[in-house]
Write a protein that binds this ligand. Structure first.
Ligand code: ATP
Ligand code: MG
Length: 382
């Protein structure tokens, strides 16, 4: 008898000829997250198992965060031949609990002497005998004791929901513009959840933004990497560009032009990293630079697709997501962002593209971009 983790995965990618590829990516990622816990990962009869983990709670927590995992259950694996022992074990697992329960039985071994209704009846009887404080409720039980008869008997009570999504690395690569704010980590999570590998670009305006502001962004990237796996963060020096814009462009256009430079640089870095799209945390109307017109102006300077998974979300919904994935607290640390320095009093909210192009004419865009890319530093996270 031993404790293992049962891992259930989404059905969506089970069909079709891509299945072996998806399964390999999923299993590789699970191996990666449980590796330092000593966990062994294997697959049998369409189910993934993790055994030999030193810390089963930590193992369940980590595996539940792997994209593609539907749910996980810590379970006891035991010899199925001794059915009396199986019932005693079920009772021992239920005894510390209170409230109502039912037994659910699944039998993939059709030669097993008891069928599913008999397993449920027998085990339920033993549980009630050993733990008379429990009562049966088949419709809305507080706890479900699941007994599966496969190559062994598997007993589980607890089920931890997984993050869902698709296995990492099954849908290409994208470049996330990662600020220290609440939105962009959530945007990155949502794209990564679809199996898209991420790299990140962060614009840093030293000394207007501090070393700690940069550390905060690297910490956010680390939190994202708990889901996405290893990622690279490219930190781009942005001070020179901001100073030039501030000095040479009309004040009401400065934020928009800054955003156009962010996009241009991100596109070049994305291409050099092998990424096929850009990702930002913008949502319509959230700030002046996120009106429809402003978004059109920022998009026109790049040809890679720009994904904005938060586009239709309210701030309160984004905050909820940030709390759920665990980035909210770090995002709320009060360090400055390069967007918050040199902000114009009256930014243009309905800019036209020609206006943006004209405002940029005073700048040597190519030289500024080349220098920023030249000064870019890479950090490997996760
Ligand atoms: P966030 O919470 O992500 O900071 P925000 O509401 O503050 O979003 P803006 O500051 O206008 O919005 O930025 C919009 C998007 O531009 C961000 O979601 C992010 O993708 C990108 N961005 C902003 N600042 C930076 C930065 N310093 N480095 C990289 N990307 C940035
Ligand atoms: Mg921001």
């Amino acid at each position: 008898m031993r404790t293992i983790l049962l891992v259930r995965f989404g059905e969506v990618f089970l069909k079709g000829q891509n299945r072996p590829f998806f399964m390999k990516k999923l299993i590789d990622r699970i191996k990666e997250v449980v590796g330092d816990l000593g966990g062994r990962v294997w697959m049998r009869e369409g189910r993934i198992y993790v055994s030999d983990c030193a810390d089963m709670d930590e193992c369940a927590r980590r595996v539940s965060r792997v994209f593609g995992v539907h749910s996980v259950s810590p379970a006891v694996e035991m010899d199925k031949a001794d059915f009396a022992a199986v019932c005693e074990q079920a009772a021992a697992m239920m005894a510390p609990l209170t409230g109502t329960f039912k037994v659910l039985a699944r039998r993939s071994d059709k030669r097993y002497p008891l069928d599913s209704p008999a397993i449920m009846r027998e085990a339920g009887g033993v549980i009630l005998e050993r733990a008379p404080h429990l009562t049966v409720d088949v419709n809305h039980p507080d706890h479900v004791m699941t007994i599966e008869i496969r190559d062994h008997a598997y007993l589980s009570v607890e089920r931890v929901m997984g993050v869902g999504g698709m296995p990492m690395g099954t849908n290409g690569k994208a470049c996330l513009l990662l600020s220290g704010g609440i939105d962009s980590p959530v945007a990155g999570f949502m794209i990564a959840k679809r199996g898209v590998e991420l790299c990140c670009v962060h614009y840093h305006s030293f000394p207007y933004t501090s070393e700690r502001a940069k550390e905060k962004v690297l910490e956010l990237a680390r939190q994202l990497s708990e889901y996405s796996g290893k990622l690279r963060v490219l930190v781009v020096p942005f001070t020179e560009i901001q100073l030039e814009i501030h000095e040479r462009c009309p004040e009401n256009m400065t934020t928009l032009i800054m955003r156009r430079f962010m996009m241009r640089i991100a596109e070049r870095l994305a291409l050099s990293e092998g990424a096929q799209a850009l990702v930002t945390g913008e949502s319509i109307g959230q700030v002046a630079s996120q009106t429809m017109e402003a978004l059109a102006c920022t998009d026109e300077v790049v040809s890679l697709p720009v994904f904005r998974p938060l586009i239709g979300m309210d701030k309160s919904e984004i905050v909820e997501r940030a709390e759920a994935i665990g980035t909210f607290e770090t995002s709320s640390l009060p360090y400055e962002d390069c967007c918050t320095i040199f902000t114009p009093k009256h930014p243009a909210t309905h800019p036209r593209r020609e206006q943006a192009r004209a405002a940029e004419e005073a700048l040597d865009a190519e030289a500024l971009i080349a220098a920023a890319i030249e000064g870019t530093q890479a950090y490997e996270i996760g």
